[in-house]
Design a protein around this ligand. Structure first.
Ligand SMILES: [Zn+2]
Length: 222
């Protein structure tokens, strides 16, 4: 844990220099592109606490991140901007809606050819004391290994935690051939986390912080 934090501190001056003193970074010949993937939608509410639904929180946060990134002239693609899942995004014979939803999200990632994808989710635990954020990444991607601890720090700053990013058995991490980071941005099952997650002021400041971290990620790829 300590090692990851130190590594990021070491990188910080380099990243800031790149971000503020250089032209916008280019991982590809074109303008950088970030895909934001608010989880769930439509019939799939995600996790819930009473009337509070994951799908609504993650869409609100993603919309705010998009606004911030666009303000900074970053090109953003989103798997959804309204209350719908991705199961009908492309025609498919796959009978399972859930499976179609995930497969279509990955297909969308590939079509956009992004620098990376940030998928946003909210967590739930049987333990009411479970709190804070987690970053899941693909250990097979060198950029994943490099950037995941920096994204984790962004979440840790919100919750005063110090965690290492994790690898996890998520379909979109396994299937995608572009770097994907899946963020669980807090626990709906925890009262304190839940009060933050539904607070528009918290969402706004968190979105700004995450947008700046995403811009650091783009600088890192330059
Ligand atoms: Zn989710």
């Amino acid at each position: 844990m300590k090692k990851a934090v130190c590594k990021s501190y070491f990188l910080a001056p380099f990243l800031l220099w790149n971000l503020f003193l250089s032209p916008l970074p280019h991982a590809h010949a074109q303008q950088p592109v970030v895909v934001l993937d608010p989880g769930h939608g439509g019939i799939d509410g995600g996790t819930s606490a009473g009337p509070i639904l994951e799908k609504e929180i993650v869409l609100s946060v993603a919309n705010r991140i998009e606004k911030q990134l666009k303000r900074d002239h970053i090109q953003v693609a989103m798997t959804r901007r309204s209350d719908t899942d991705a199961s009908s995004l492309y025609p498919s014979d796959t009978p399972s809606r859930h499976r179609r939803d995930l497969m279509n999200r990955v297909r969308y990632f590939h079509e956009q050819q992004p620098n990376f994808v940030v998928s946003i989710h909210v967590n739930h635990s049987g333990s009411a004391t479970a709190t804070g954020g987690h970053v899941f990444y693909q250990h097979s991607h060198p950029f994943g290994v490099l950037f995941a601890p920096i994204l984790q720090q962004c979440l840790d700053a919100q919750y005063h935690t110090r965690r290492n990013p994790l690898t996890g058995p998520y379909y979109i991490l396994r299937a995608a051939k572009v770097p994907v980071f899946l963020l669980e941005i807090g626990y709906l099952s925890n009262t304190s986390d839940r009060n933050r997650l539904i607070d528009p002021k918290w969402q706004e400041q968190f979105a700004k912080s995450l947008a700046k971290t995403i811009e650091l990620g783009l600088a890192l790829q330059a």
